[in-house]
Design a protein around this ligand. Structure first.
Ligand code: SF4
Length: 350
């Protein structure tokens, strides 16, 4: 068995040998052992941008599968995207597939002209097939950093928007844009509504999906930390329940949370409602502040935790031998419309 130090040396040596041909990207929720050896760490929007601009021949994406797929869709001809753990999925991305989406589209077409009146917006946490459906129907992708701009872009273009699949991100963003509760409806793919008439009157239809890490934060958690730490600032990710977001002092994407905590004055006490590896790293990197998880015990994303140094070392060793282990490919007929949805997002946020 190789030690963690040995794996790290293997990774660093392979990185040196591959030089500028290689770019290792890591999501903020990755283990420290991965975050420390990556060339760039970011949230999904930052990583999508970095992948789109990369000159490297090989992009090794340490994150979950939909992120590597996104990088593969945005890759230039000849560029290769590889993921060290092909089994790294996402609970949220699994909450919608193309068949369910086609079924919803078909059912809703009974009460509205879906092609003219309903514009789909997909959170980037979706499969390439779902992004392709959205792009093929004139819609756009969004991330938690860009949800406000993209939803605002969509509601200006269409009487109704179908927001897929994170109901809480949709609802929290709708609140920011002043869309009233009575103009929002929920689409449950497992129990499609029988009475479709009310959907005709809505401006926003939300897919009933959620991230099972962020749903763990509850209003009771906010009340508990406020009782215990009267000066606490509560900051949460917009995938959290709206009841939690309403009680928080700040709501924002991963990069927003990092910026707010890092730029706060020494001595600030933060309770953070997001994946725990990021929270623990923030605590370590901000020793002049008190930073802890809003929930007890804190929630981890099991998919994000899968990637270990040994997995990265295996991919890099394969590249050195002329192989491409864990290569992620998206067929052109899916990649082209999916890219259109992603490019509309990148344009909407500038
Ligand atoms: S934290 Fe939630 S949304 Fe992010 S990868 Fe894990 S399951 Fe998916």
């Amino acid at each position: 068995m190789t030690s963690a130090g040995g794996e790290r040396d293997r990774v660093l040596e392979a990185k040196e040998r591959l030089g500028r041909k290689l770019l290792v990207l890591a999501h903020h929720y990755q283990r420290d052992e991965i975050a420390e050896v990556a060339d760039f760490r970011g949230d999904s929007l930052e990583l999508a941008r970095r992948a789109a601009q990369a000159a490297a021949q090989y992009i090794v994406f340490c994150g979950v599968h939909f992120m590597a797929e996104t990088a593969a869709i945005l890759a230039r001809p000849g560029q290769r995207v590889l993921i060290p753990r092909e089994d790294a999925g996402c609970f949220l991305a699994h909450s919608v597939d193309r068949v369910q989406l086609l079924d919803a589209w078909d059912r809703l077409s009974a009460v509205m002209d879906v092609e003219r009146e309903l514009l789909p917006v997909a959170y980037v946490n979706t499969t390439a097939e779902v992004k392709a459906f959205v792009g093929g129907h004139g819609g756009a992708c969004c991330t938690s950093s860009s949800a406000k701009e993209v939803l605002s872009w969509a509601i200006k273009r269409s009487p109704r928007v179908f927001f897929i699949p994170d109901q809480y991100l949709g609802r929290n963003t709708a609140r920011l844009l002043g869309i009233p509760e009575e103009e929002i409806a929920l689409w449950d793919p497992h129990h499609p509504p029988q009475d479709l008439a009310p959907f005709k009157e809505k401006r926003l239809i939300l897919w009933r999906g959620a991230c099972n890490v962020h749903v763990r934060f509850l209003p009771e958690d906010v009340e508990r930390v406020r009782r215990k730490h009267p000066r606490v600032r509560v900051i949460v990710h917009p995938e959290c329940r709206p009841e939690v977001a309403k009680l928080a002092d700040e709501v924002g994407s991963t990069s927003y949370i990092i910026r707010k905590v890092t730029e706060s004055t020494p001595g600030t006490v933060w309770a953070v409602g997001t994946e725990h590896r990021l929270v623990a790293r923030l605590a370590k990197e901000n020793p002049d502040k008190t930073v802890f998880s809003l929930a007890d015990p804190p929630p981890y994303c099991s998919y994000m935790s899968l990637t270990r140094l040994s997995d990265l070392a295996r991919v890099l060793s394969g590249l050195l031998k002329g192989k491409e282990p864990g290569r992620v490919e998206v067929p052109g007929e899916i990649a082209d419309p999916a890219r259109a949805a992603l490019e509309r997002m990148l344009e909407a946020v500038g």
